[in-house]
Design a protein. Sequence first.
Length: 192
Amino acid sequence: MLPNPNSDLLLPSRRRFLQQSAATLAGLALPVQGWAGDFWSQPRELWLIRGQIAKTAESVKVVYWADGKLIPEGYTALCQLLRDVQLNLAVQIDPVTLDILRGVYGWLRYFGIDQPITVLSGYRHPYTNARTERAALNSLHMLGQAVDIRIPGVSASRIAQLGKYLSAGGVGYYPAMGFTHLDRGKLRTWVG
């Protein structure tokens, strides 16, 4: 039986999480005792989906970083998926923002969850941001440094807790709307 990602069990230690995630990525069913692999030195894969209806949803499952550098094809595919969908405008998404998503995806894999992260919002042009309800005037979405996500079967509060655990930037939890905001800005948290 797989662990429940919504349980109130403590998150694994960072070292254990990273080792087990890397082992999972390497195709191992169980972590190897004493294995000293580094999660962040492994190829970085993401599986993202945009849209709710299966026929119109866009999905990308791709490696965007390997051997110490960005993989242009994978990186470009992720930038396209994370575009401003209102204006159909893509920009270069900040790689640290992708790495935050990678941490979340690695956590899903740790719990045996093989599904994409649903992206509600990635990059937003200032025009789109100004017309987005409750959007911050200086939103990091306008710099390609923020994402709003949801994961079916995983509560937004659990994703927010994971975002805080990763300590990579801002974490906003929106319980009424069921999504979590993650960005690469200053460490801060809020409930929207």
